[in-house]
Design a protein around this ligand. Structure first.
Ligand SMILES: *[C@@H]1O[C@H](CO)[C@@H](O)[C@H](O)[C@H]1NC(C)=O
Length: 520
């Protein structure tokens, strides 16, 4: 008895020590790669062996780290004019169309799986992994990696609990209270908004079912079919694979209100990408912020939008507007050639964002409202002025405003005129700062920090060979059964049959009576 305990103990210990982990972040989106980097860091620190497929290679040299460089995927966004400030100012988007997002994901998928470095990895018959972690945006074909390596897989989702990912491990949450991640609607929804959400879901599903998924299925079969044949195994059906993840990690946390309910294999690890303690600031920034006795306003529009695509006049007007404040303004802007920068404004090409936000003198964060920036604002307790530009940024800022720690300002040629009163409100009204402090306390008040939680769950999945015990029974119940449409059909058939019979019976009686009358 004792021996068996000891042996299983040794087995369990050795089982998770030095796991071989494949982390795949194929999209050319910098902020997503920051999440990938976070996962790499935590798993390496836990002693695991990490292979990282990435568009933005890291400068890490370690025995337990290897990179598969797919930086050429940036070609996908380099030529995309819809990502320039010029285009956005002229088109006033409030919501990216679903076909655009689905197509983008499939293009990235094709580029990644056809990349020679990835091919080399996949074709090596000696390669094996214990677990796959892959970024999840709109395309599930990467689940084929788990089939190839015959190991469990975990999705890492950059947002919160949305129907599009919940449907992969449970059921799609109800559109009546869980709007799409690209939707500006926030619950509680009005009648029209509910109808809108239902429609947008039907439309998304229509596109996915009839256009995107057939293409994904054929990519899956073309790429993984031959690879598995070489390893002497048959290729399972695509649908059995895409719904077979062990866990979903979500980059969200408990302080956020109005979240959809989630199954037991959906884990919130929001904030895991933030290094703790934060790295010290560079000396010049440290001195600058330390000596700003009226406080600091930090302004950054993230990494996707290039500042140099901003119209010159807009830049000059912003500078002039910032110059009217006595606060120090730190503006992350990739252009050193600006003339006439006011004394209180400091342009930096690169900003150690977490370290800046961590400083107590920083009073507010003017941001595009990307998921990472929104999270960091809560982590460090700084109120936001949001200027959303695309994708989930509208939702993030709506949510932050609803949670009481953000103001939204639209991106337009009039940005400086609209931004100024918002800054004044933030400076004079401490409600926003108080509210974000409260949320920050909620956010930090958890059982385990998100990084160790990530490591624990990955190890747990491997230890339990896919964590089948955490799977939702709903996953295998089709929609018509969940809605009891079959029962409804039976009830309707019986009811109509009875009504039909009764009518026949009545008619017959009447007929007979009439016959009698006639014969009389
Ligand atoms: C689904 O995942 C489990 C656990 O990782 C695995 O044992 C099983 O083979 C997978 N099924 C398919 C069809 O890939």
């Amino acid at each position: 008895m004792k021996w068996s305990v000891l042996i299983s103990l040794i087995y369990f210990l050795s089982d998770v020590e030095g796991l071989k982990v494949l982390i795949c972040f194929p999209l050319p989106v910098k902020s997503l790669s920051i999440l990938g980097q976070g996962a790499v860091r935590h798993l390496m620190e836990a002693g695991h062996d990490v292979t990282y497929i990435t568009v933005y290679p890291l400068k890490i040299k370690a025995k337990n780290f290897r990179q598969i460089d797919i930086s050429t995927n940036t070609a996908l966004v380099a030529s995309d004019e819809s990502l320039t400030m010029e285009y956005i100012l002229n088109h006033k988007l409030e919501r990216n169309p679903p076909n655009q997002v689905q197509e983008f994901a499939v293009e990235a998928l094709k580029m990644t799986l056809n990349h020679e470095n990835v091919k080399k990895l996949l074709e090596d018959p000696n390669e094996h992994f214990d677990v796959i972690i892959t970024d999840l945006i709109e395309s599930e074909v990467y689940a084929g990696l788990a089939v190839l390596y015959n190991c469990p897989m975990v999705w890492l989702y950059s947002m919160g609990a949305h129907w599009q990912v919940l449907r992969l491990i449970d059921v799609a949450s109800n559109p009546a209270y869980d709007p799409d991640y690209l939707s500006p609607n926030m619950p509680p929804l009005t009648f029209t908004q509910r109808a809108e959400e239902l429609w947008s879901r039907i439309y998304w599903q229509y596109l996915k079912t009839f256009y995107t998924q057939p293409e994904e299925r054929s990519i899956y079969e073309e790429v993984f079919g031959p690879l598995l044949a070489k390893r002497g195994r048959p290729l399972p059906d695509y649908e059995d694979v895409m719904y077979n993840a062990s866990l979903i990690f979500a980059n969200e946390h408990d302080a956020t209100r109005n979240r959809a309910s989630t199954p037991q294999n959906f884990k919130y690890i929001g904030g895991f990408h933030i290094e703790e303690p934060v790295k010290p600031l560079p000396k010049d920034l440290q001195d600058l912020i330390d000596n700003s006795k009226h406080g600091v306003i930090y302004f950054s529009m993230g990494s996707v939008l290039k500042s140099n695509s901003m119209p010159r006049k807009l830049v000059m007007d912003l500078l002039q507007m910032f110059g009217e404040f006595k606060q120090t303004v730190i503006w992350k802007f990739e252009d050193n050639s600006l003339q006439g920068v006011p004394k209180n404004v400091h342009i930096v090409n690169w900003a150690p964002q977490p370290s800046i936000l961590a400083h107590p003198n920083v009073k507010m964060f003017i941001s595009h409202g990307g998921q990472l920036s929104s999270l960091e604002a809560i982590h460090f307790g700084k109120p936001i002025i949001g200027i959303p530009v695309f994708f989930d940024q509208f939702t993030n800022i709506h949510k932050a405003a609803q949670n009481g720690y953000a103001l939204r300002v639209p991106l337009s040629q009039n940005l400086p005129r609209d931004l100024k009163p918002a800054i004044n409100t933030m400076l004079s009204d401490d409600r926003y700062a108080k509210q974000v402090k409260e949320l920050s306390d909620l956010y930090h008040d958890r059982l385990t920090k998100p990084g160790p939680a990530l490591v624990y769950w990955v190890e747990h999945v491997v230890r339990t060979r896919g964590a089948l015990h955490l799977r939702s029974p709903a996953l295998h119940v089709p929609l018509y059964q969940r809605l009891y449409l079959d029962l409804l059909a039976i009830i309707l058939i019986i009811t109509f049959s009875i009504i039909f019979l009764l009518i026949r019976l009545c008619n017959n009686k009447n007929g007979k009576r009439n016959d009698k009358k006639k014969s009389n």
